[in-house]
Design a protein around this ligand. Structure first.
Ligand code: AP5
Length: 223
């Protein structure tokens, strides 16, 4: 991207806090946000073949084929290109396979952008499992309420009063599948970005604010 623009990817185990951190970065730097999981969940709502199939695949915790994920972010990149006020964007949760990582590089060359940093928000499998099993998301505004001591008595969203919902793929079987896929697919992707000098590993086991601070330190000089 140009000198005044920022392009960031956030990767990590399910529940690592990619989405939480992506939203903080977007807010701080006024960037556009693309969460592949969120966009795919929205795509499920279309009553067509792909909408139905996405429900089936994602509920089991399996990966969606790269051609579908890349179609969705390509459409978004095209939109970004048309926006002359764009300050940059955050990709949350993509790429998930090496073919997708290569396609993304190709697309970025096409659009004359480049990724500044790829953050790996690193947590153990145990933390991942515990966080997802307890995740509470507001049905109205989408806010995530962490399962921490200070929030444990909260029964509805403290932002808008909406009820909490459990994501369909946050059941033990799907969580196990998502973790197994992560272990299988992520190592070569991390190597790919390491070789490009873009990978930054962040300790995701710290409190949310500390994780964000570490990310910010690594963004100094990028803008
Ligand atoms: P996606 O929606 O991206 O799900 P995921 O990767 O499983 O990750 P999560 O959204 O569950 O967790 P997160 O890391 O964002 O953590 P969060 O901030 O929510 O993808 C869903 C599905 O879509 C995939 O399984 C796949 O099928 C498909 N998909 C998506 N992209 C694809 C692609 N490119 N190709 C193919 N398929 C694709 O935090 C989790 C919880 O922890 C929250 O409760 C939060 O409040 C809490 N928390 C966060 N940080 C902290 C912290 N530091 N301390 C304590 N609690 C914390």
């Amino acid at each position: 991207m140009g000198k005044d623009e920022l392009a960031i990817c956030l990767l990590g185990r399910p529940g690592s806090g990619k989405g939480t951190q992506a939203k903080l970065i977007v807010e701080k730097f006024n960037l556009a946000y693309f969460g592949s999981g969120q966009v795919l969940r929205e795509r499920q709502q279309a009553s067509d073949y792909t909408g139905e199939k996405l429900k089936e695949v994602m509920e089991k915790g399996q990966l969606v084929p790269s051609f579908i994920a890349s179609k969705l972010w390509t459409d978004k990149l095209e939109e970004y290109k048309a926006n002359s006020d764009l300050k940059g964007f955050v990709l949350d949760g993509s790429p998930r396979t090496i073919p997708e990582a290569k396609l993304l590089d190709e697309a970025l060359v096409w659009y004359r952008w480049q990724i500044d940093k790829v953050f790996l928000v690193d947590i153990s499998k145990e933390t991942s499992f515990n966080r997802l099993a307890k995740r509470r998301q507001c049905v109205k505004c989408g806010r995530l309420t962490p399962y921490e001591e200070k929030y444990s008595n909260i029964k509805v969203c403290d932002q808008c009063g909406g009820e909490f919902v459990v994501r369909l793929d946050d059941n033990p079987e799907s969580i196990r599948e998502r973790l197994a896929i992560y272990d299988k697919e992520m190592e070569p992707i991390l190597d790919f970005y390491e070789k490009q000098g873009k990978l930054v590993k962040i300790n995701g086991e710290q409190p949310i604010e500390a994780v964000f601070e570490d990310i910010l330190k690594n963004l100094e000089g990028c803008l």
